[in-house]
Ligand binder design. Structure first.
Ligand code: E4P
Length: 301
């Protein structure tokens, strides 16, 4: 599995590269805003991005900011022309740039993905929330598809009435096993006393329980990634899946177990991946057991 770092913060990128585990970088307008705010707005954007592209050991994803296909194609080509001479660049295009219903922009993303890919520009399709969106991205020729695992987990919890920052924190592990067990238990309770299969099938209570703790048949962000991989493998699509919107080390483990091509991981989550209490405890033990006889081995003669 390749690891991309999900940040536009140059210091974080440099630090993670020094650990020898970074294969690429992903940015988005919100991550760029964070980097700009950190420098109180004093930044030459072009030089800043050039530096990221130069030091990155793999593709740096840069996102367009318009929403019609013509403009996204223009911006994608421009970003690519400006920065690809300095290293590998991928252009991020939203799968669907609509911000509300009936804007008429639903297919603008696909048109831009198709054209930029035909130009030979690697496209990273962003804001993927369903397996069917990922299927369309691959059909249009995307080099990468980025399912937003963490945001799907947030959405499922929000639909259960939980509030982020109050009932759960951004980095909390999403426990789909508990949700699964809770759903099964509720179903058994509600189904008790129902005598026919038809009665169960038509029951509004059963339907309502089945719909909770999931998003139209997607049971977690990791499940979203799993379903996309299954579809891509079934048809031999070359599009690489980037598990995005990663919130904690355990989520990284779960997408890695699926054999996802890439995970794009925030700096703090990367830092968390190396930690374990027993590792630290082990270190304390080994350090305190070093005998002088063994220490002599490390003395230069
Ligand atoms: C990366 O490609 C995405 O833009 C990023 O992972 C989104 O993460 P977030 O949901 O934590 O904002």
């Amino acid at each position: 599995m390749k690891i991309f770092i999900d940040t536009a913060d140059l210091e974080e990128i440099k630090e993670a590269i020094s650990w020898g585990i970074v294969d690429g970088v992903t940015t988005n307008p919100s991550l760029i805003k964070k980097a700009v705010d950190k420098r109180s707005g004093k930044i030459s954007m072009e030089d800043y991005i050039k530096e990221i592209v130069k030091i990155a050991p793999g593709p740096v994803s840069l996102e367009v900011i318009s929403r019609t296909s013509e403009e996204m194609i223009r911006e994608g080509r421009l970003l690519y022309k400006k920065f690809s001479p300095f290293g590998e660049v991928a252009i991020k295009i939203p799968i669907n740039p609509s911000m509300k219903e009936d804007e008429g922009l639903d297919f603008e993303g696909l048109k831009a993905i198709k054209q930029l890919s035909a130009d030979g520009i690697p496209v990273n399709v962003t804001l993927i929330m369903t397996p069917e969106q990922a299927l369309l991205a691959a059909k249009a020729g995307a080099a990468y598809a980025s399912p937003f695992a963490g945001r799907i987990d947030d959405f499922i919890r929000t639909n259960l009435g939980m509030k982020r920052g109050h009932d759960f924190q951004k980095g909390d592990y999403f426990n789909y096993e508990v949700l699964h067990k809770a759903r099964e238990r509720k179903l058994e309770e509600v189904m008790e006393g129902m005598s026919s299969i038809r009665e169960i099938y038509e029951s509004k209570d059963v339907d309502s329980i089945l719909k909770q703790g999931q998003d139209n048949g997607v049971y977690s962000g990791v499940d979203l990634v799993a379903r996309i991989l299954r579809i891509y493998r079934a048809y031999g699509f070359k599009t690489e899946v980037i598990a995005a919107s990663i919130r904690n080390p355990r989520q990284v483990r779960e997408v890695a177990e699926l054999g996802v091509h890439i995970a794009t991981i925030p700096f703090d989550v990367l830092k968390g991946m190396v930690k374990h209490y027993k590792t630290m405890e082990g270190m304390r033990g080994f350090m305190s057991d070093v005998v002088p006889q063994y220490r002599t081995l490390f003395e230069e003669s």
